[in-house]
Every structure is written in C-alpha cells, then in structure tokens.
Design a protein around this ligand. Structure first.
Ligand code: XMP
Length: 518
C-alpha cells in the first residue's frame, strides 16, 4: 500500500478542493477520472501495478447514479482493501453499487443546498472527536434512501436521513455533504480523520519530497534524451524548467519564444532569473510570425489555438536544429487541466498548455507540475532557489497579451496595453498592493470613446483594469482597490499612454466571469 490517496473525479467543480485539502494535510494525492478501472488506479499509484493506494476518495458530480451511461466507480474499488470515502455523488455511487437505494430528490423533497445542521450519530471513524451537532455544506438533489447491507447511518440532517453512512469493518464511508468546502465547519477534521485515523496514512508530503520524487521520475522517463522547454515568462514554466534542469542538467534546452505578446522587459527578466540558477535560455524572436498568423483573427478560441499551435511549431523547429530532442516540457498546472475539461467535465476555455495543443505533434509531452496548484508551484520555486519576487509574480496566461487585446491583435494595441500594464504594476507595487492580489492587469476592449483633452475632442481607446483576489484561479473576487490608487493609475494611463481616453474598472467575480476577458 502506498502512502498516497487517489481521488476519483466524477466532475464536481469541488474536486480540486478535495485534492488541495489532502495536500495541505501533507498527504500526496492524484486526481484521475471517476470511471478508471482498478488496473488504472493501480498503475497511477505504481507503474508496475503492484501497489494499491492508501485510500480512495470518490468526488461529487453533476449526474444521477440511476441514469444510463453516467460515470461510476469500478465495483472492484470497494474490494481493493483500502479505505474509501464517497462524497455526495460519490456516496450515492457507493450506495448504488453495494446494494443500497438512491432516490431522486424532487420525488422525496429532500433536496438541500447551503448550510445544514448535521446530527452526528456515531463518533467513530471519520467523526472521531466531533460534537453532537455540526454545520455542514449541502448541495444535492438525489439522496441515499436505504444504506447497503453492512452499513449504518452515522449522520442525519432534518431533511436527509442518510447524510452520512459507514461500514467500519470494510472501512467504507460516505457523506452527503461536502467536507472539502470552507462552509463545512469541521470538514478538514473529517478528512484528517479519514486519512490518519481510518487509513493510517502518514503526513509526509512536502516540497522537498516532491522535488526528490519528481527528479527521480523525470530521470526515469527521459533517460538519455534531450528535452526542449518553452519558458513563457510565467512562474509555472520557469519553475518547471529549473526543476527539470536539476534532473537532467544541460540536456534541458529552455527556449523563450518572444511572440510579441509579452509584458514590458519580460524576456530579459526571465533570462536573467534563470541564468542566476545556471539555466541558460535561448531567446527566439518570433514576433512577426505570431502577429502575422493572428492578423484578422477575432475569435478568442481561434486565437488561443493559433498561439498554442505556433508555439509547438517553433519548438519543433528549434528542437530539430538541436537534434536528439524527444520531449517537450510544459508548465501545465492543475487548474489548467481541470478548466480544459477532463473526461467528465465541460470545456470552459482552451488553456493553450492543454486544450490548444495541435493534434500532430512530433515531441512527447513532459508535464512535471501538472498536479500542482499555483501556491504549491510558488513553494516549489522557492525550494529550487528562485527569489521571492520572482515566484510572487502574478500569473500570466500562455497566450499572453493576445487574450487581453480583445478581437484582432495588432502591434499598436499591444503597445498600448503593455504601457498601461507597466504603469498599473508600478502603482500597485508602490501602494503595497501587489502581493495582496492574485492578478492585476489591463485589458484593451478595442472600443473607442469620446474624450476631451486641451479643449479638443479626442476619440481613443478604453483601458479596463481587472484586479482579483483568488486562491487558485478556480474562483475569484474583484479587488476593492483604494480609490486614490485607482485615481493615480487612471490619470497616469490617460496622460502617458497615447490614444487612451478612458479607464474603467471590472467589478465582476468568477464565476460568473472568468479572470481573463477572453
Ligand atoms: P480564467 O480566465 O480562465 O483564468 O479565469 C484562470 C487563470 O489562468 C490564467 N490563464 C491561462 N494560463 N494559459 C495559461 O497558462 C492560458 O491559456 C490561460 N488562460 C488563462 C489566467 O491568467 C488566470 O490566472
């Protein structure tokens, strides 16, 4: 049995929160599709397929277990011998497969959304140390009406008889509520009980361990081959390059493709930061090429695909010149994977690291940080010796400023947004707000509005400011920047950036908006 958790994903937006909490409890976990077979689960844990995970968690999901064709866990999961915790849909799937009964909430009137009081009926196992009553977060239509043979009901709410169930002998547990969300008062304690008391796992997952394990895995996978890496200027791709450099040294060839969509002075900054760690970066000027292909393209998804594709082409060309290159390194992180749609989820945007990859690709993909959340990538960066300032930089999308210049991308528009961004960064840093924000950037919507300057009518661009707080980019709240900071930013932008007559502020959260405008 390996000291790690497998999370079977049935498509809930909350799945990544389960993974985060497990990681924060210092247990390594992986998220794989909910309908993975036991064979696939074994090989995720251990390529030879001999070991099993220390515990399995079944996530929630949007489906109803009694409908045709919905993803269900492999029934063998419950006979594998490791503890299983089913959450929401995961508990219903467990109930259905093991001989219980699940009913539609609209029939029984047991739908529940939001906070509920849970009466704890058995304080063993996952409820060890719990009070008699505790607040939990519910979000379900269907409900388990009869528990499977061998199970007992361990918690109820006013409406839901089976809010929690357990078969302690087989170490199978189910909860209808969501322990992974903050609104469940003791959710973290519940998960900790499951991991440590029920499954007997050890809290041994640290960045140091991650580095050791990754280096080993990278060496195994890559062998003697050479790897070409795309460093985009963002934290993810840079951290990724440093990690792989640690594993294979100068067989890593980091290439910074200057697509003309970067922020001011960004290329030089990245080359220097990596140079300090002994990683030599090759700078390729491909501005004409990218801007040429983007000419006349208005649709955001097309833009993303074109940029992603062009990236790969440039890499392939450079790799061919180097010779002996077999792999391409990408700094894909977990939110990119989720948002680009898994087997069980809808596509929200094609992040160019994942969904935008062209179908024909000559190089094998190496993605050593695809399981990490952004804050974990920052910790990893520090562990590898990057400065606080570098790892603290705001995330920047792979397609760069192209998704911040709405509609057609031109050199003139890019220059405007670049200059405005430099002013915004400077003022936000000066005001001490940079580290308090997840991201803060300028968008050029491409509409012109009327202004007046020196008694003359002007007709220029609008710049929109987007500043958000977020934990992992899955959700975000717009930042309440101080008015005096906004005033300075606005005055400087209209004064210093030619052809801008108006500055506006984006005050929407995610959802319903996304962070980037395209
Ligand atoms: P959205 O706009 O989807 O963005 O709410 C979530 C986070 O991801 C960043 N982002 C990207 N990062 N490639 C990336 O590497 C992309 O194509 C991409 N699109 C968005 C965005 O800046 C935010 O932090």
């Amino acid at each position: 049995m390996r000291n790690q958790v497998i999370i079977l994903d049935f498509g809930a937006q909350y799945t990544q929160l389960i993974a985060r909490t497990v990681r924060e409890l210092k247990v390594y976990c992986q998220v794989i599709p909910g309908d993975a077979t036991v064979g696939e689960i074994r090989s995720s844990v251990d390529p030879s397929g001999r070991d099993i995970p220390g515990a399995i968690i079944l996530s929630g999901g949007p489906d109803s277990v009694y409908e045709e064709g919905v993803p269900l866990p492999d029934p063998e999961v419950f006979r594998l011998g490791c503890p299983v915790l089913g959450i929401c849909y995961g508990m219903q799937a467990m109930a259905k497969i093991l001989g219980g009964r699940v009913v539609e909430g609209s029939v029984t009137g047991t739908r529940e959304y939001g906070p509920q009081a849970l009466r704890v009926l058995s304080k063993d196992g996952i409820f060890d140390g719990f009070p008699d009553e505790t607040r939990v977060w519910m979000s379900h239509g269907d409900t388990v009406d009869e528990v499977p043979p061998g199970f007992i009901i361990t918690g109820s709410t006013e409406k839901t008889k089976v809010a929690a169930m357990a078969d302690p002998a087989r170490k199978l547990y189910g909860v209808q509520f969501h322990p992974e969300v903050k609104h469940t008062a003791l959710g973290r304690d519940l998960l900790a009980n499951f991991l440590f008391k029920v499954a007997g796992l050890e809290a041994d997952w640290t960045m140091e361990r991650f580095v050791e394990r990754s280096i080993r895995e990278i060496r195994e996978r890559v062998g003697d081959a050479h790897v070409v890496a795309g460093v985009s200027g963002g934290v993810d791709s840079t951290v990724c390059a440093v990690l792989v450099h640690r594993a294979i040294g100068d067989r890593l060839h980091p290439i910074l493709v200057d697509h003309g969509l970067m922020r001011q002075d960004e290329a030089a900054y990245v080359v220097e930061a990596l140079g300090r760690l002994g990683v030599k970066v090759q700078l390729v000027n491909a501005q004409e090429r990218f801007l040429g292909r983007l000419e006349g393209v208005l649709d955001p998804e097309r833009k993303r695909k074109i940029i992603g594709e062009e990236f790969i082409r440039v890499f392939e060309e450079e790799a061919r010149k180097l010779g002996g290159v077999e792999f391409i390194l990408q700094g894909t992180i977990y939110p990119d994977v989720i948002e680009s749609g898994t087997r069980t989820r809808n596509v929200i945007k094609s992040h160019h690291n994942v969904g935008g990859l062209p179908e024909r690709m000559d190089l094998k993909l190496l993605e050593p940080i695809r399981e990490l959340f952004k804050d974990e990538v920052r910790l990893l960066g520090k562990e590898l010796g990057l400065s606080d300032e570098f790892v603290g930089r705001h995330p920047f999308p792979g397609p760069g400023l192209a998704v911040r210049v709405l509609g057609e991308v031109t050199r003139e528009k890019l220059d405007i947004v670049r200059k405005a961004q430099a002013i915004l960064d400077e003022e936000i840093r000066r005001a001490g707000w940079y580290d308090r924000l997840w991201q803060c950037f300028c968008v050029l919507p491409g509409v012109r509005t009327v202004g007046v300057m020196g008694d003359k009518r002007t007709y220029g661009h609008v710049i929109a400011i987007r500043a958000v707080h977020s934990e992992d980019a899955m959700t975000a709240d717009w930042a309440r920047l101080p008015y005096d900071v906004l005033e300075r930013v606005s005055t400087r932008i209209v004064n210093e950036v030619h052809d801008v007559t108006r500055v506006v502020l984006d005050i929407t959260s995610k959802p319903p908006s996304t962070i980037e405008w395209e």
